[in-house]
Design a protein around this ligand. Structure first.
Ligand SMILES: [Fe+2]
Length: 414
């Protein structure tokens, strides 16, 4: 038994390995089994404590449907939507774990008949769904945005019909849980302004949903995203596409686009005030460091604040004329640690949490070259530094400041 005790004393031993020893107990004598159960129970409790002490980690269940499925029908890659608890009350497999052969084996040995998993869209179905919007709907919406921005640029009136059509399509995407995957697949240097406007609309309506706004507001956020940079239609295309840093004079010209947008939209009959203010204020900052008015805090409209967050994320996650795209967790870290004063935390934190949680189950590359799977995301602090599982241990990146995520691998390659 000594070698087992030694193994269990290791703090970072995987919980699943603990239960594996437990389930091999039937080869032991009753005395040995009792001894082993004590050790396993003690260490499961310690392991659970280690995790719960890390700071209220939990799996995002927001926007994700669940279903009970027979244990015999489980397949690798399904994500558990419930905690599996031992007879001692200790957590053995945590909600949010991506099932593998071993954990399925453990569930069978524990005599579970059914477990709750996140619902049942297969990777093929998800892929097909994403592709259907990327291949058809996304392109159609992007081209409508392109046309309406170009028309305004040549002095024609805003094509309100297109605005409404695109807005409806985008607001629908906010209900599918998939816009984030769509964004990653749609990133392209071509037509940056139009792609960016569509992506901001998708992200802003999604953030509206995450903070519990009603359907009307989500739809208006989509519209604000579509129109937020409409003022750029008045700027020289060479300036917008300049592949390098802008001079101060050039930057001051670009900064005028929020006011241009307001001017273009202010006389449109029935255009909602929330949309108009959102367009005008999407570069204002919570600490007063933004433009065009330099207003702060409560003076900035909610739509201005939401679109501002979507705007920065969309810009950084895409290849743009002056820079290459960043890794999502690099952006989340930047927003969480360097921009916390610039954005309203009421919107920033749900945004960070939901974006980070969308990568649970993805394989990532750490800056030491190691591959790891994202297991848990903190809802309280260090959202951008989740708990990951490497080949042989759990690593809480919030506590390992020298380690960071530098690349997220696509789910299908994970
Ligand atoms: Fe802008």
């Amino acid at each position: 038994m000594d070698h087992l005790d030694d193994a269990f004393i290791m703090d970072h031993e995987l919980i699943e390995d603990l239960i594996k020893f437990y389930n091999n107990g039937d080869i032991l004598s009753p005395k040995e089994k009792a001894e082993l159960e004590n050790v396993v129970n003690k260490n499961c409790l310690e392991s659970s404590t280690i995790i719960s002490n890390e700071g209220e980690y939990f799996m995002s269940s927001i926007n994700r449907n669940t279903e009970y499925i027979s244990v015999k029908d489980l397949i690798t890659g399904m994500i558990l939507a419930m905690d599996i608890v031992s007879t001692y009350g200790s957590e053995i497999i945590l909600k949010g774990s991506v099932l593998n052969d071993h954990s399925i084996d453990v569930l069978q040995k524990l005599n579970y008949e059914e477990v709750l998993v996140y619902k049942s869209e297969t990777e093929d179905e998800i892929e097909a769904y994403i592709n259907s919007y990327v291949d058809c709907g996304y392109e159609v919406d992007k081209n409508k945005i392109k046309k309406l921005i170009q028309e305004v640029g040549t002095g024609n009136p805003l094509n309100v019909e297109y605005v409404e059509e695109v807005t409806g399509s985008i607001a629908q995407q906010a209900n599918t849980n998939l816009p984030l995957e769509i964004l990653e697949k749609s990133i392209s240097k071509d037509d940056y302004l139009y792609t960016h406007s569509l992506n901001v609309a998708l992200l802003a309506s999604l953030l509206g949903k995450w903070v519990g706004l009603d359907d009307r507001s989500i739809s208006l956020l989509a519209k604000t995203g579509v129109l937020h940079d409409i003022g750029k239609s008045k700027l020289d295309k060479d300036l917008l596409d300049k592949p390098g840093p802008l001079t101060t004079k050039e930057f001051n010209t670009v900064k005028k686009h929020s006011e241009h947008g307001y001017e273009i939209l202010k006389n449109i009959p029935d255009l909602e005030r929330e949309v108009l203010l959102g367009v005008l204020m999407h570069h204002e900052k919570n600490d007063g460091s933004g433009y065009p008015m330099g207003i702060n805090g409560a003076k900035i409209s909610a739509f201005g604040k939401i679109v501002a967050i979507a705007d920065v994320y969309s810009a950084m996650v895409a290849n743009r004329p002056y820079a290459k795209k960043d890794c999502p967790f690099v952006i989340l870290d930047y927003l969480e640690n360097e921009c916390a004063e610039q954005f309203d935390l009421t919107y920033l934190r749900p945004f960070l949490y939901n974006i980070a949680s969308s990568y649970i189950g993805n394989t990532v590359v750490l800056n030491n070259g190691e591959h790891a799977k994202i297991i848990l995301v903190s809802s309280t602090e260090f959202i951008s530094r989740p708990m990951v599982r490497t080949e042989d241990s759990f690593v809480n990146l919030a506590k390992q400041s020298s380690l960071k995520i530098v690349e997220v691998l696509p789910m299908l390659d994970s």
